[in-house]
Ligand binder design. Structure first.
Ligand code: SAM
Length: 425
C-alpha cells in the first residue's frame, strides 16, 4: 500500500439545475453512490440553502464523499475520498448519470504517501478494543436540513430525508416533508408554510380573535389558506353559515388533504364553498358589503401572493366587507420582512382609518424569527381587543380544546413592543 487514501476531485458540469437544487435527490444519490461501490454508510448530513444550492457529506467506514452544488451553473464539486479496497470510480460513474452531467473533469491523487509518514508505535490493542466496541449501526443516520432564509437570517429544520410530495405547480413548488420535531410539513418554493406540530398557533390566532370580537359572524371569505387550517378553525363556530375559500393552487389542497389530514380536516363541511382560483380576481368581482369576515391567509409577498399585498387588493377587500366587517391579513413579521410588515399596515390604516388597523403578534416556531403578525382592518366600530361575549368565548375555548388561543392572550396579542410601534409609525 503506497498511500493511505485515494482522493478523486470531481467537477461535474452541465448538470440539471433542478437536480442540483434538490437536497433529497442529492442525498439519496450520494448515499447510493457510496453503496454502489460497496462502502458502509455511517452518516449522511445534507443542507439545502435558500435561494439555491446543496451541501452535504456522506461518512462511510472507508472515509467520505462530499458535495457542494451551484444549480445556477449546473455545477457540482464532488470529493470522493476512500481508503482500503473501495473503487471510488464506481461512485463517480453512478453520480455522473444521476446528475445528468454533460461533461466533467476528475483529478485522482493519492493521499498520505506512507513513504513520507512515520508510523507511531502505540498499543494497538487499546485501539483495537475501542474499534471492537464500535458496533456498526447497520443503518445510517440521516441529517438532512431544510433552510428557509433571507439574506440576513435563516431557519433550518432537520427532516427525515423522505419526500412525501414534490410537485412544481404552475404557481410554486409544493412539497410535503417530515421533521422529527414538527411532524409532516408543507413548504411552498423554499418557505415553511405549516407543520403538524405548530400549525395551531397560526390557525387559532388567524380566526378566533375576530370571531370573538365580532360575535355574530355568518358569512366569511378566505383568500388562500390552501392547507385548510384556517377554515377548519372558523367552521368550529356553529353560528357561521357560509365560508367561501379561494385558493389559487389546487396542488396545495390535494397535497394537504393527502398528507396533512389533521389540518385539511374541514374540506367536506357543507358550509364550505371551495374555489380554486386567484383571490385577487375573486375579490375584484365580489359583491359589495357581502362579508362579515374576510381572511387573507396568503404566503409571503412573492410569486402568486405578491398581489395580496397591494393597495388595490385591499381596497377591493374593503368594498367586499359589510358595514361591520373585519379584515384579517397574514401580516408578515416585524423582525423578518419589516418593510412588508410596515407597508401593509400603512395600506390598511389608509383604507380603514388611522386607529382601525390593529396588529396582533403571536409566535410560530417554524417561521423565521418565530415572531409573526396578523393585521386587521375594522370597517365598523368593533374593538378587536375586547369580546362580544367573554364568557361565551371562554366556554368555546374549553369546549373546542383550543391549544393556543384564549381570551387573555387575545387581548395581550395587541400589546406591541415599542420597537414595533416605532416601525408602524
Ligand atoms: N401560513 C402561511 C404563511 O404564513 O405564509 C400561509 C399558508 S397558505 C398555505 C398560503 C396559500 O396562499 C398558499 O396555498 C398559496 O397557494 C395561496 N395563495 C397565494 N397567492 C394566492 C392568490 N393570489 N389567490 C389565492 N391564493 C393564493
Amino acid at each position: 500500500m503506497s498511500a493511505l487514501g485515494n482522493h478523486i476531485l470531481v467537477e461535474f458540469m452541465g448538470c440539471s439545475p433542478e437536480i442540483m437544487n434538490d437536497v433529497s435527490a442529492i442525498e439519496r444519490d450520494m448515499v447510493g453512490a457510496a453503496q454502489k461501490a460497496g462502502a458502509t454508510v455511517i452518516n449522511s448530513t445534507f443542507h439545502h440553502f435558500n435561494p439555491y444550492g446543496v451541501s452535504g457529506v456522506v461518512v462511510i467506514q472507508e472515509s467520505h464523499l462530499a458535495i457542494h452544488t451551484w444549480p445556477e451553473y449546473g455545477y457540482a464539486a464532488v470529493d470522493l475520498f476512500t481508503c482500503g479496497e473501495m473503487d471510488a470510480w464506481i461512485s463517480f460513474d453512478f453520480l455522473k448519470d444521476c446528475f445528468q452531467a454533460k461533461n466533467y473533469s476528475a483529478l485522482e491523487m493519492k493521499r498520505g504517501s506512507v513513504n513520507l509518514l512515520t508510523r507511531n508505535d502505540f498499543d494497538i490493542s487499546t485501539m483495537r478494543q475501542k474499534a471492537d466496541e464500535w458496533v456498526n449501526p447497520g443503518m445510517y443516520t440521516r441529517n438532512v436540513w431544510f433552510t428557509d432564509k433571507d439574506e440576513n437570517q435563516a431557519l433550518s429544520l432537520k427532516y427525515t430525508g423522505e419526500v412525501f410530495h414534490d410537485v412544481q405547480s404552475p404557481f410554486q413548488r409544493v412539497r410535503i416533508l417530515e421533521s422529527p420535531k414538527y411532524g409532516k410539513l408543507l413548504t411552498l418554493d423554499d418557505m415553511f408554510m405549516t407543520t403538524e406540530n405548530d400549525e395551531f398557533h397560526y390557525h387559532e390566532m388567524i380566526s378566533h380573535p375576530a370571531m370573538m370580537a365580532h360575535g355574530n359572524v355568518k358569512n366569511v371569505l378566505v383568500i388562500g389558506g390552501g392547507d385548510g387550517g384556517t377554515v377548519r378553525e372558523i367552521l368550529k363556530h356553529e353560528g357561521v353559515e357560509k365560508v367561501t375559500m379561494v385558493e389559487i393552487d389546487g396542488e396545495v389542497i390535494e397535497a394537504c388533504k393527502k398528507h396533512l389530514p389533521s389540518i385539511a380536516a374541514a374540506f367536506d363541511d357543507p358550509r364550505l364553498e371551495l374555489i380554486v382560483g386567484d383571490g385577487i380576481e375573486y375579490v375584484k368581482q365580489a359583491a359589495a358589503g357581502a362579508y362579515d369576515l374576510l381572511v387573507v391567509d396568503g404566503s409571503d409577498p412573492v410569486g402568486p401572493a405578491e398581489g395580496l399585498f397591494s393597495v388595490e387588493f385591499y381596497q377591493n377587500c374593503y368594498n367586499a366587507l359589510n358595514e361591520n366587517g373585519i379584515l384579517i391579513a397574514q401580516g408578515e413579521s416585524p423582525k423578518f420582512n419589516e418593510n412588508a410588515f410596515a407597508e401593509l399596515n400603512a395600506t390598511l390604516r389608509g383604507l380603514f382609518g388611522e386607529d382601525k388597523a390593529p396588529v396582533s403578534l403571536f409566535y410560530v416556531p417554524t417561521y423565521p424569527t418565530g415572531m409573526w403578525s396578523f393585521q386587521y382592518g375594522i370597517k365598523g366600530n368593533i374593538n378587536m381587543k375586547s369580546f362580544a361575549d367573554q364568557a361565551a368565548a371562554d366556554a368555546f375555548v374549553d369546549a373546542k380544546g383550543l391549544r393556543y388561543y384564549n381570551t387573555e392572550l387575545h387581548t395581550a396579542s395587541f400589546a406591541l413592543p415599542n420597537f414595533v410601534k416605532d416601525l408602524l409609525k
